[in-house]
Design a protein around this ligand. Structure first.
Ligand code: PEP
Length: 251
């Protein structure tokens, strides 16, 4: 039985004071969250504060990116071992904003997956199609290509040590959510593609949905057979909204 994981992606939002308020609110509400594991992925600069505030709580934390290099002359980058210094559990890899705004290729994303795993972090690998790709019936081709790059570089067994997030790009930050059926269709496709190589990895791997998930639609999305949680952007910035999603996880 796969556990539900609800992970917040704060993106480039917040301040020290809003981080404190948000995390205090989440910690207070966690008693109501019975059926989900919970994590927040914060901007790098707030990770020491997040680690201090969440240490000993039921909420895990992580980063939104990492460098593919281990150390050296890479101005502005953050390595996996630096994330380990602050006890990060997760690192989001290949978010569509990294792919589109910073030109991250499938191969680079696959390399980052390897680096994260090598450091003992759990990579949350994001895959998903653009609106024009969906309209051209290319969803499966795109998602399959993005997934295959990770498997090719890391092997199928390594995939089980990470988490997949299906994030249709047209649903991210737009208020447009994939219907539960649309999400389920792609999640089932992803699981079948993994199963074609290793049935036990397919059974085990968590596949999260991301794209305008909020308290009002979380229950229906999380009820779908192959939806094992959510990667949450906008609605992870308010404790009440994020907790509303966490408590929508089915038993
Ligand atoms: C995301 O960026 O990963 C995301 C799902 O954002 P939002 O929930 O705001 O659509």
């Amino acid at each position: 039985m796969r556990r539900i994981l609800i992970a917040g992606n704060w993106k480039m939002n917040g301040s020290s004071s809003s981080t404190q308020t948000l995390l205090e609110g989440l910690k207070q509400g966690m008693g109501e969250v019975k059926h989900a594991d919970v994590a927040v992925c914060a901007p790098f600069i707030y990770l020491p504060q997040v680690a201090d505030l969440l240490n000993g709580s039921a909420i895990a934390w992580g980063a939104q990116n990492l460098s593919e290099h281990s150390a050296g002359a890479f101005t502005g980058e953050i390595s996996a071992s630096m994330l380990n210094d602050f006890n990060c559990k997760y690192a989001i890899i290949g978010h569509s904003e990294r792919r589109s705004l910073y030109g991250e290729s499938d191969e680079l994303v696959a390399e980052k997956f390897a680096v994260a795993l090598g450091a003992g972090l759990c990579p949350i690998i994001c895959i998903g199609e653009l609106l024009e790709e969906r309209e051209a019936n290319q969803t499966e081709a795109v998602v399959g290509r993005q997934l295959d790059a990770v498997i090719k570089r890391n092997g199928i067994e390594a995939l089980a040590k990470g988490v997949i997030a299906y994030e249709p790009v047209w649903a991210i930050g737009t208020g447009k959510t994939a219907s539960p059926e649309q999400a389920q269709d792609v999640h089932a496709f992803i699981r079948q593609r993994v199963a074609a190589q290793d049935a036990s990895v397919a059974e085990k791997i968590q596949i999260l949905y991301g794209g305008s998930m909020k308290p009002s639609n979380a229950q229906q999305l999380l009820a779908m057979q192959d939806v094992d949680g959510g990667l949450i952007g906008g609605a992870s910035l308010k404790a009440e909204d994020f907790l509303g999603i966490c408590t929508a996880a089915p038993a």
